[in-house]
Design a protein around this ligand. Sequence first.
Ligand SMILES: [Zn+2]
Length: 278
Amino acid sequence: MKNVKKFRGKALLMGTVLLLSACSAGRYAATEKIYKEKAKGFATVLSATPPEGQQIPTLDQGIQSWIGSVNFGIRKPNFVIIHHTAQDSLTQTVNTFLNAKAEVSAHYVIGRDGKVVQMVNDYLRANHAGAAKWGNDSDLNSSSIGIELDNNGKTDPFTDAQLRSLVGVLEVLKKKYNIPTANFIGHADIAPGRKVDPMNFPWKVLAKKGFGFWYDDVLQLPPENFDTTLALRIIGYNTANLKSAISAFKLHFVQNDNTAVLTATDKLILFNLYKKYM
Ligand SMILES: [Zn+2]
C-alpha cells in the first residue's frame, strides 16, 4: 500500500514537472535560458574553494588561509515586502520582469484572478526594493522576498482571489523561513518619500492572520513626553526625512489621510504600535 502511494506521488510530481517545462519551453524559452545561465554562474561562485575575491587585500597573504567547514547552510530571507505593480495586467508585469533593461523583478507576482507566478528563487536576490531602509537594514533586496500584486495603484481594489493567494504564499514563507510577524511590510514603509505601494492595502486583515502588526481597538493616551520620531524609528521607519516617514506611517496604518502631520488620533495609533515593535 505504501509503495502504491509513493508511486502515485512520484507520478503526480512528474506531471507537474512536465507541465512546468512545457510552459517554459515555448514562450519563455529564451529568458528561461538566461535565468539558468545566471543561476549556474552563482552556483560556480558558491562552490569555488577558496571563495574568489574574498581574501582581505589589506592583510598579508601569508597570514590568510582557507579551510572549508563542513557545517553551513544557505542564507534565508527574513522580510517580506509587498508591492502593487502599478501596471494593468499580470502579463504586463511578467514582461517587465523579463526585460533586462527594466532591471527590476520580484520573487512572486500575484494576479487579480489569484494566479501566482514565481520569477526568482526564494534564495536569490530579486530587484524589487531599490534604495530602501528599514531599521538598520539598508539592503532589503538581500534580506527579503518581494511580492508584487497586480493592481494599477489607482482605483483598483485588491481582489478576494488575489488576497487568498497572497495569504497562502505568506503562510508558507513565514513558516519555512521563520519570518517574524513584524517583518511583513510594504514598499512604501521601506522607501518613504519615494514609493507609495501598496496603496489602500488591507493591512489590518493581514495582521489578523499574523502578517504584520495592527493597532488595538482600545488605545491608551501616550505620556506627555512621548517622542514620536523615536517611535517611528523603533518601528523601522527611516526618519532622515521626518515628513516622508510620517506620510509612510499614515499610508500603512491610518489610511484616511496621507498628510505629513500626526494628529492626536495618529499619535494614539503610533504609541500603541511602537510598543508592539519594541
Ligand atoms: Zn514597489
